[in-house]
Write a protein that binds this ligand. Structure first.
Ligand code: ATP
Ligand code: MG
Length: 457
């Protein structure tokens, strides 16, 4: 497992020719990238791009179909992660992770969650015996060290006051920070975070940025970050790798990536050739920076165009929901109007019409129960104010006859299932509490201050 040589000491992780197939579905296709030591590397891409699958391969949850994943520790030891079991990866290769869905022990206290993470050194020092637990001075020392480390991280994440509360009682943002602290208690050299900002409000998101920068700068831990929230990605990443349909489409600094037409096209769900035209349209509408006009940077920008130029509604900038490239087939939905495609790229597919598509709801009424033929009073709510809905998904929801917060607030389980299948989401509506958010927004009955984050999902 351990070899003497390491090619590039600056790289803590080398991903080479990584492929992962699930039956006929190619989730990752010949992927190559490096994560630099001491840096924050972001892995971004639209839904279903394969980001979590990359993490699952790195952390031993999946055995890749092909490829090599080399982790080089600070001391020069190299580990081929694709050959190792998950718990050995944490213990020996020093890679820790958090999950897209929070996985804390919700019945244990906040402190206990941090102590459980240090189970290995504690058990080792006990000699794996009860007597050891009771008597060994080494155990007492290890226990004191574990508590000290837990306390350090509790302070870092501002949760000292909640140490004795059940983790499940914490607000969502605090649970996300606790997960990161728990991973840090295993002393990782590489910390892999799967959408840590999901469901956070703007203040929590800023706190998260600070925490991650502190981790990088004070502990020297390298971070591999999957994130949809572009404010997080652009502010704190040193390096960004963009995936689409399991293939790398861009790799570079945040600045270079955000201006890469391929990336813009991927996030908008359009063909690459259309990007130039989109840029021209946005410029004509008075938006200087095309990247600000797409969800990649600001979900508000498209609405700015709409307000400045009602004749050029954002729907004109985003192709119809049925664009083959805009989705991957995961679940066929009866009655859905979209032509679902087999997973993989759909180059050469017909380019969608650039005209605004009037939502008719006709074919979708059977899918989402409270679809409307058109917005009440001719004006739709800004669904993008719901954290987790970007302009692309807002467009898709509109195309399905969903225009108002109160419609989403009234969704029943069957509606959520239908919407998730259509949007190609996997539990995200519940995770991000769209219903709760929609209820609040509907209750407020006004348009709150625009949130700052993107969310092209
Ligand atoms: N265990 C599995 N079995 C079958 N298909 C899977 C499995 N895990 C992932 N996939 C498929 O692989 C593709 C990539 O999924 P993955 O979860 O890695 O995407 P992602 O980029 O993390 O998306 P998201 O942003 O929605 O979290 C999807 O089409 C998904 O349905
Ligand atoms: Mg994922």
């Amino acid at each position: 497992m351990v070899s003497e040589v390491h090619n590039n000491p600056a790289a803590i992780l080398r991903v080479e020719r990584l492929s992962m197939k699930f039956g006929g579905l190619i989730a990752i296709n010949d992927l190559n990238f490096e994560a630099k030591r001491g840096a924050i590397t972001a892995l971004i891409g639209p839904n279903g791009a394969g980001k979590t699958t990359v993490f699952n391969c790195i952390t031993g949850f999946y055995k890749p179909t092909e490829g090599m994943l080399t982790m080089t520790r600070q001391n020069g030891e190299e580990y081929l992660l694709e050959r190792m079991a998950d718990f050995v990866i944490t213990k020996k290769a020093k890679v820790a992770r958090t999950f897209q869905n929070i996985r804390l022990f919700s019945g244990l206290t906040v402190l206990e969650n941090l102590l459980v993470a240090q189970h290995n050194p504690l058990m080792l020092s006990s000699g794996f015996t009860v007597l050891g637990l009771l008597g060994f001075p080494t155990y007492k020392k290890a226990a004191a060290d574990a508590i000290e480390k837990a306390r350090f991280w509790l302070e870092k994440i501002n949760l000292v006051d909640r140490a004795d509360d059940p983790a499940g009682d914490l607000p969502y943002g605090a649970q996300r920070r606790l997960e990161i602290a728990r991973a840090m208690c295993t002393d990782p050299e590489l910390l892999c975070l799967d959408e840590p900002a999901a469901g956070l409000n703007a203040r929590e998101s800023a706190e998260l940025n600070k925490l991650l920068l502190d981790i990088r700068d004070e502990t020297g831990t390298s971070i591999l970050l999957i994130e949809h929230d572009m404010s997080v990605v652009m502010e704190i990443s040193d390096h960004v790798v963009v995936l689409e349909y399991g293939t790398k489409i861009s790799d570079g600094t945040p600045e270079s990536v955000k201006n890469d037409p391929k990336v813009i096209a991927a996030y908008l769900g359009v063909e690459d050739e259309e990007v130039v035209e989109l840029i021209e349209q946005a410029e004509a509408a008075g938006v200087d920076d095309i990247t600000a006009a797409v969800d990649l940077l600001s979900t508000e920008a498209l609405h700015e165009i709409e307000e400045a130029h009602p004749e050029m509604a954002p729907t004109a900038l985003i192709p119809a929901a049925g664009t083959p490239k805009a989705k991957r087939a995961r679940t066929a939905v009866a009655g859905a109007q979209t032509a679902k495609t087999a997973p993989g790229k759909s180059r050469g597919a017909p380019t969608p019409a650039r005209t605004p598509v009037k939502p008719t709801g006709a074919t979708k009424a059977g899918v989402i129960s409270n679809a409307l033929p058109e917005p009440r009073g001719g004006k739709a709510d800004k669904l993008i104010l719901i954290q987790g809905i970007g302009p692309v998904n807002e467009r898709k929801l509109n195309a399905h006859g969903i225009f108002h917060f109160d419609q989403i607030a009234a969704w029943k389980k069957a509606d959520i299932i239908a919407a998730e299948a259509y949007l190609d989401f996997d539990g995200r509506i519940a995770r991000e509490d769209w219903i709760g958010q929609a209820k609040r927004l509907a209750r407020e009955g006004r348009t709150p201050a625009p949130r700052k984050t993107g969310g092209a999902k």
